[in-house]
Design a protein around this ligand. Structure first.
Ligand SMILES: NC(=O)c1ccc[n+]([C@@H]2O[C@H](COP(=O)([O-])OP(=O)(O)OC[C@H]3O[C@@H](n4cnc5c(N)ncnc54)[C@H](OP(=O)(O)O)[C@@H]3O)[C@@H](O)[C@H]2O)c1
Length: 285
């Protein structure tokens, strides 16, 4: 199977390249310096030349605060880029795997019987940020141009690159105590687990919209405690509220996604987030 991987130098792109077996897949890996996905002509000419069976789009404008300041650039990468890849993949009859985000929701969760339940694929979207709005438009474009799509919404992703786990490990070297927000809830998801899901889907015709996160949920505070526990780090973790530690762009309070479609249409199960974290930390050494 011939596969183009865009955003191949990002966290997810690197893991896709690591896991996709070269004896089964003929991979063309491209990042911004080879192909700017915002340029339709560049995308069409690459896709016509390679004539892939599938495109995995790992490219995105992922800096949430920068998206807010520069909506046009965020829209170009997160919406026009996937649109271009969807148009091009349709032309050569290739499948497209596109990665989206929990930020397409409002971050309040869904009220059910006086409790908050995780978001399902069929729940209403209501993005509050430029990042979320542009990523939602990316989903819409992918869906519009190519029926053979797998759109996967993930959250709290970490792998090879700048991410929360690495930031906390770095901070622990310099500080005796760290304050971490304890009122934002989500599910840490390793690029390793997400890539295993992509590998399970890509050879099938099980198209559509999927949530793809590890099992379980926690706050950023609980996540940090678990990272330090697993690494034997003694830096004290103090819980604080979002009000005490505001970010330029408001972050969702509740980002837990249920992998509802995946569980009903495939046998793939994500690991619990603590188990995936342990595997990641062991791999880091
Ligand atoms: N990180 C998270 O917590 C998280 C959570 C939910 C969903 N997601 C989604 O998961 C996917 C993978 O995220 P990630 O963390 O792996 O992202 P990442 O590490 O930021 O990687 C994105 C890659 O895309 C490249 N890129 C940016 N603009 C481009 C363009 N115009 N043309 C081609 N390539 C371009 C980037 O290159 P430069 O570095 O040179 O800009 C980078 O190599 C994204 O769709 C993201 O929205 C991520």
């Amino acid at each position: 199977m011939k596969v183009i991987v865009t955003g191949s130098e990002g966290q997810l792109g690197k893991e896709v390249l690591r896991q996709f077996d070269k004896s089964c897949y003929d991979i063309t890996a491209v990042d911004l310096k080879e192909i700017n996905i915002t340029n339709l002509d560049e995308v069409l000419s690459m896709v016509r030349r390679v004539s892939p069976d599938a495109i995995i789009n790992c490219a995105a404008y992922t800096n949430v605060d920068a998206c807010e300041k520069d909506f046009d650039s965020a829209f170009a990468v997160n919406a026009i880029g996937p649109r271009n890849l969807s148009i091009a993949s349709k032309e050569v009859n290739a499948k497209i795997v596109h990665i989206s985000t929990d930020y397409v929701f409002d971050g309040a969760g869904v009220l059910k019987d006086n409790n908050i339940r995780p978001y399902m694929e069929f729940d209403d979207t209501y993005p509050k940020t430029a990042y979320g709005k542009t990523k939602l438009e990316g989903e819409n474009f992918v869906r519009l141009f190519n029926d053979k799509h797998f759109i996967i919404r993930t959250a709290w992703l970490y792998g090879e690159g700048k991410n929360f786990v690495r930031t906390m490990l770095e901070l622990s070297k310099a500080k005796d105590e760290i304050k971490v927000v304890d009122d934002q809830r989500g599910t840490p998801t390793s690029t390793e687990e997400l890539t295993r899901m992509i590998r399970c889907l890509i050879d099938t015709e099980n198209y559509g919209l999927f949530h793809g996160t590890c099992e379980g949920q926690c706050t950023w505070y609980e996540f940090t405690k678990e990272i330090f526990l697993k690494k034997g780090i003694t830096t004290k973790v103090l819980s604080c509220s979002t009000e005490e530690y505001p970010s330029p762009t408001p972050r969702p309070k509740y980002s837990v996604l249920e992998n509802y479609m995946l569980k009903r249409t495939s046998s793939y199960m994500f690991k619990e987030w603590q188990e995936a974290l342990e595997i990641y930390l062991k791999r880091q050494g």
